[in-house]
Design a protein around this ligand. Structure first.
Ligand code: THU
Length: 133
């Protein structure tokens, strides 16, 4: 089993730049690439609430916009004492753009829980479903 403590610390670091003026719920994500780079993301809220974006998607979109396409894991930390599971939209985006990577949840005591994305999003919709089009 991979030791994800360093990645967990990076997620906590990423949380420092969170911008959640409405929920006051700070979230940080650290995305680990196949060649060992770490890309940070944080949640960024908007006064038009539906335009808010989660930390996970910020990290993935930052990676894609830098031409990075291969990933191993993503760690996520919030300022709540409990683990922060990803929302449904992030599960879909991560599966689609990163594949079945490890999803590492970090709680307020630095405990870690690791899931495969397919555990969090079984039977996903993906590009295979569009092949007949
Ligand atoms: N949020 C994330 O950034 N990631 C998650 O995994 C769960 C929720 C953010 C979105 C919003 O800014 C705030 O947390 C409350 O939902």
């Amino acid at each position: 089993m991979i030791d994800y403590h360093k990645l967990a610390e990076e997620a906590i670091e990423a949380k420092k730049f969170a911008h959640p003026p409405y929920s006051n719920f700070h979230v940080g994500a650290a995305l680990l690439t196949s060649d060992g780079k770490i890309i940070h993301g944080c949640n960024i809220e908007n006064s038009s609430f539906g335009l808010t974006i989660c930390a996970e998607r910020v990290a993935v979109f930052k990676a894609y916009s830098a031409g990075i396409r291969n990933f191993k894991a993503i760690a996520v930390a919030s300022d709540d004492e409990n683990f922060c599971p990803p929302c449904g939209a992030c599960r879909q985006v991560l599966m689609d753009l990163c594949g079945d990577i490890d999803f590492v949840m970090v709680d307020g005591k630095m405990n870690i829980k690791v899931f495969k994305l397919t555990e969090l999003l079984p039977y996903p919709f993906g590009d295979e479903n569009l092949k007949s089009k």
